[in-house]
Design a protein around this ligand. Structure first.
Ligand SMILES: Cc1cc2nc3c(=O)[nH]c(=O)nc-3n(C[C@H](O)[C@H](O)[C@H](O)COP(=O)(O)OP(=O)(O)OC[C@H]3O[C@@H](n4cnc5c(N)ncnc54)[C@H](O)[C@@H]3O)c2cc1C
Length: 320
């Protein structure tokens, strides 16, 4: 059961979540696992990927692949699947990967399961875990034919480094004319300081209980004192208090830091599904009946406007 994992990169860094999917695939012990890196100026990246469990890392290097556009990548991966006979192709969730996975499913007439949270061998192939009904239940999903295509939720696994490094194989692919018709006109990155919420070990999240956007400063100061990142609920993102890139939950990102501090967050199911796999959850809320206390490991009932500055000051004092 050979598996190919698409390894997405941003600049000169491979995405942690795709290395995590690669590690997961290698850990299944279900046949040969390979990775593929597609882009321009990427050979150095491919070397990094080899230590996360890929027996072979395919490198599709072409100046026309510099922009992160999906269709040329569909061409490259479809050709690799046809040439090498991969039976399973796995992706870590991102906007680009979702576009490639769906384009690949259409091109290969293959089945695609998305929002997967786990994968195991079974039924002569693979069985995936997928959340359903607003994340209130987890269901088993499978594929009726090969190639099987799977898209995993960000944060579903952690990357694991292996001692042995895989071999690199450079591939030339035919890019179709229609796939090159789209052009990247402009690419801009949101200004960010500190770790991103996907990679952070500590997250301090703010909700509507902050009362007004300026009060996010309290959350930012606590995050800084803890060396963590700032996240937000959809309520405050929709209100324009914080950028969407920080939203955690069903329609935002899934995160699993060691510590998640929820400040003025009620704990709605749609928020819970994005952060419930955090190792330790601390909730600060003035309402002792807030749903977040049902799944928090530690709870503080009180006014965050008084608690957060004191907590930040105590951490700073301890550091100095
Ligand atoms: C289809 C769908 C998708 C959604 N996707 C998401 C998603 O991805 N992420 C997400 O977060 N939500 C999502 N939601 C919205 C979700 O249902 C909730 O509305 C949202 O999470 C609530 O945000 P909140 O906790 O900030 O606000 P509220 O629910 O208003 O909670 C505010 C909390 O702050 C507390 N509080 C108030 N003042 C203070 C104070 N001074 N000190 C301490 N505590 C205080 C209150 O007691 C309350 O518990 C989605 C909803 C739908 C229908």
């Amino acid at each position: 059961m050979s598996i190919l994992v698409f390894l997405e990169h941003h600049g000169d860094e491979l995405q942690k979540s795709s290395l995590a999917v690669l590690s997961k695939a290698a850990g299944l012990g279900a046949g040969e696992v390979a990775g593929v890196v597609v882009g321009s100026g990427i050979e150095g990246l491919a070397g990094q990927a080899g230590t996360y469990g890929a027996a072979t890392v395919y490198v599709v290097e072409d100046a026309r692949l510099e922009a992160p556009l999906p269709q040329p990548r569909v061409d490259a991966i479809a050709q690799l699947v046809a040439d090498k006979g991969f039976e399973t192709v796995l992706f870590a969730q991102s906007i680009l990967s979702a576009d490639i996975a769906s384009g690949l499913a259409a091109r290969l007439e293959a089945g695609l399961n998305w929002q997967l949270t786990d994968l195991a061998t079974g039924d002569g192939g693979f069985v995936g875990k997928q959340s359903a009904l607003g994340d209130s239940v987890i269901v088993d999903v499978g594929w009726r034919s090969t190639p099987r295509i799977g898209l995993f939720r960000a944060g579903a696994f952690d990357p694991v480094e292996h001692a042995a490094a895989g071999t690199l194989e450079r591939l030339d692919v035919q890019l179709q004319e229609h796939s090159l018709a789209a052009e990247m006109v402009e690419q801009a990155h949101a200004e960010e300081s500190g770790p991103s919420i996907e990679d952070a070990n500590v997250i301090v999240a703010g909700g509507r209980g902050l009362g007004e956007p300026e009060r996010f400063a309290l959350v930012e100061e606590l995050a800084k004192a803890l060396g963590g990142a700032v996240a937000a609920t959809r309520a405050v993102v929709d209100a324009g208090w914080y950028p969407y890139s920080a939203q955690v939950g069903q329609t935002g990102k899934s995160v699993s830091p060691a510590l998640y501090v929820a400040c003025g967050i009620s704990g709605a199911i749609q928020h819970k599904v994005g952060m419930q796999s955090s190792k330790t959850i601390v909730a600060i809320n003035k309402d002792s009946n807030a749903p977040i206390f049902e799944f928090a490991d530690f709870g503080v009932v009180g006014d965050l406007h008084q608690i957060l500055p004191k907590l930040t000051a105590a951490l700073q004092a301890r550091k100095s």
